[in-house]
Design a protein. Structure first.
Length: 339
């Protein structure tokens, strides 16, 4: 059976296996312990529970071993049979139940981003209710860019896709009974960009690499601009914040008049960009690289990169935990660099 104490003696192997260093593991465990105790007490005191506290099956793993197993799962994304039988001497069903129990508490213990669990029923319109329609100075030249960028804590947005299972086609009714299986919607998740059935998630990142907001997971055909309008991001941003995006977010400034939406200049039809416009686009790209790097860090965890095998309903929570682990490492790096 794999033991956390033994593995921590080999820091490089520990980090490759879990995605965090032994010191970061201890920090997570210290933050998780009181929260796990409270969550477990609440679960045991549930009025629907028929047995007295102390009765029933006990956890086979201590909290530090349970945390180790939970961190290995999103990092390696191997089957739960492999984790259970070869590493922790547990049945697959026990691995599944234990991970499902600890994930919500772990996400809360980590510096995870604000995560929207659902989309807005209606996308933000022009302009959002209660927002001022006063015009703001737009960034149109390199001089404007250099003047205004240091003034606020800016946010960079981008989305990423992950392959998932193809919805099964509906079976024909038998003797008038409805067929079993998934609903007939084979094209719902099909992405014309990547030519695969996929889930899309939008991340919002600060220039120093911290992920501050994560949208709900949606079918890949939804456009980036529509996802932004339904992601509940604008409600979590104070007026004056600048939102940087790629050309997919062009025109969002007409909707979010209290925010400064900065996108690259597009080449006019039949024309060409000026030298200053090309230089401005280059500077915007230097800011946007923060979100690309953050998404790359998220995708070092195989649960957010490989073919997604879990139920779609668990996708957002798993990515929220991964984003929290990424934020923890980024914050430690920033703290070390400022010391």
């Amino acid at each position: 059976m794999l033991r956390a104490a033994q593995l921590q003696k080999r820091p490089a192997a520990f980090q490759r296996l879990t995605g965090v260093t032994p010191n970061e593991f201890d920090t997570i465990l210290e933050s998780l312990s009181p929260l796990w105790h409270d969550a477990n007490t609440k679960r045991l005191n549930n009025h629907k529970r028929s047995r007295a506290i102390g009765a029933g099956a006990k956890f086979h793993l201590e909290l530090h071993e349970l945390l180790l197993m939970t961190l290995i799962y999103p990092r390696q994304y191997c089957t739960q049979e492999l984790i259970g039988w070869l590493l922790f001497d547990l049945d697959k069903s026990n691995v599944s139940r234990n991970i499902a129990l600890i994930l919500p508490t772990l996400e809360f213990a980590l510096p995870s981003p604000i995560r929207a669990k659902t989309l807005q029923a209606e996308p933000d319109q022009t302009p959002p209710t209660g927002w001022s329609t006063a015009k703001r100075r737009k960034i149109g030249t390199l001089k404007d860019f250099l003047e205004v960028f240091p003034e606020f804590e800016d946010v960079i947005v981008d989305s990423t896709e992950q392959e998932r299972a193809q919805p099964l086609k509906a079976k024909k009714p038998v003797d008038g009974k409805k067929p079993s299986g998934r609903k007939p919607n084979a094209k719902k998740y099909f992405s014309g960009k990547t030519k695969m059935h996929a889930l899309k998630t939008q991340f919002s990142v600060t220039p120093d690499g911290r992920i501050v907001h994560q949208s709900a997971s949606v079918p890949a055909p939804m456009s980036d601009s529509m996802l932004l309008r339904r992601s509940r991001l604008a409600g979590n941003l104070p007026p004056g914040i600048r939102v940087f995006g790629d050309s997919a977010y062009e025109g969002m400034g007409k909707i979010y008049t209290e925010l400064e939406v900065v996108t690259p200049q597009k080449k006019p039809k039949g024309g060409a960009l000026t030298d200053e416009e090309r230089l401005l686009n280059r500077q915007i790209s230097k800011v946007r690289i923060a979100v690309e790097n953050s998404i790359r860090r998220v995708k070092t965890f195989k649960v957010s990169r490989d073919y997604f095998r879990n139920p779609v309903s668990s996708h957002g929570q798993l990515l929220g935990v991964v984003a929290g682990l990424v934020n923890l490492r980024v914050m430690n790096r920033l703290e070390a660099s400022s010391a």
